[in-house]
Every structure is written in structure tokens, then in C-alpha cells.
Design a protein around this ligand. Sequence first.
Ligand code: 13P
Length: 255
Amino acid sequence: MRKPIIAGNWKMHKTIGEALELANGLKRELCDIEVVDIVVCPGFTLLEEVGEVILESNIKLGAQNAHWEIQGAFTGEVSVQQLKDLEVKYAIIGHSERRQFFGETNEAVNKRVKAVLKAGLIPIMCVGENLAERESNKIFKVIEEHVRCGLKEIEKEEVYKVVIAYEPVWAIGTGKTATPQQAQEVHNFIRSQLSKLYDDNTAQTVRIQYGGSVKPDNIVDLMSEKDIDGALVGGASLDVKSFAAIVKGSIFKKG
Ligand code: 13P
């Protein structure tokens, strides 16, 4: 049984005051939920203070990136050690916005994922096709490449800790959710790739989240699909009510 995992990606939103309000609200609303792993990923400047609010609660702290070197001349990057200092437990790696706007390559994603694992943190590795790739039938080629390259040289003994987030780029921030069936098809494909790269048992252990316009009113349908183990939520994670409703909704499955 894979434990559901719902993560909020706050992206480049919130000042410290706003972030504290959100974190306090979530702690209040979600304090008794143990059957779902709950993660919030605020921007770097917010990690320390949000971390203090959720310390020792059931809500865990995640970052939105992490560099592969322990330290060095890498202006604008953040190291896993710096994140560990702040009790960060997860790091989103290879988000499509990083791939699209900041030239993130599969090779860099792989280095980051390896560094995050080595530091004992959990990577949330994002994969997903854009609209042109979907329309030209390249979905599976793109996903296969993202998964294989992102996990290169990661052993079976480590890979089960990785969370994979399938985020079709055309569904991010657009209000266009992939239908549960469209998402399931790709999640199932990702699992088949994990079987090929590792084995069936490993493939059944790795958690795969869906991301892209997840809302309180579509979470139950998404979670009812066999291979969808949670969500990586953008816009709807910025509000206490909607994120709490998504976390609570993720417990239910139809049928
Ligand atoms: P939205 O939920 O705003 O579509 O964003 C999804 C996402 O990119 C989460 O990482």
C-alpha cells in the first residue's frame, strides 16, 4: 500500500507574514491527519519561519530546488546542507518551470536527485510533456526520457524513496486538468518504465503524484485512479481552505 502524498508548491508567492498565516492555518486544519504525507514547499526566504511553525507537526517542509554540490561558487543556488540546516525533508527537482525558463536539463535533474538522496532528503522529481509534445504524440518518448535520465545511476535500494510528479505542462496554472484517465495512462506508463529499469516490486513501491490544476473538486476522481498516489499542487496550495480540502479529499477513493 502506497501512502498518499500531497505537496503544496508555493512557487514564488507569499511574503513572510502571508506565509506564516498560511502555515498556521494549515497546521490548525490538518493536525489530525496521519494517513497522508503532507508537504509544503515555500520559497527559500520563507523556509526558516514556516519550518518553525510546522516543526514537530505532521506537515513536512520541502524546498523548490537543491544543488548537487555541497558548497561552492554557484550564485543563486542552494545546497542540500543549507536545506538540512532548516529541517527541510523534501526537495522538488526538475519542475517544468525550471526546465522551461531556466534551462534545467535531464542531466542536471539527475545530479540534483542524486545529491538530495545522498543527503537523506526525499526528491520530488517532476516529469511531463508540453502541449506541442502531446499534440505530436511524443508524450511517452518525453516521459521515458525524463524518467530514465532523471534516475540514471540510482540504485534499486535508493529509488523507492523518490517521489515522481507527473505534471503535464499544458495543465499547469491553466485550469485545464488532465482527465483522471489521461493522468492514469501516463502514471501507468511511468510505473512500467520503473519495472523495466528496476523490477515490478520497486515499480509498485514508488509513489507517483499528479500535478496540474489540482483542486478540491477534482482530487477524489484523480485519487480514485489506481496509479495516482497524490498531488503536487500549485495555485490551490496558497489558500488554507483549498489545500486542506485537497489533503482531506485525497483520503477518499471512488468505488
Ligand atoms: P497548478 O496547481 O497551479 O496548476 O500548478 C501545478 C504545479 O506546477 C505544481 O508544481
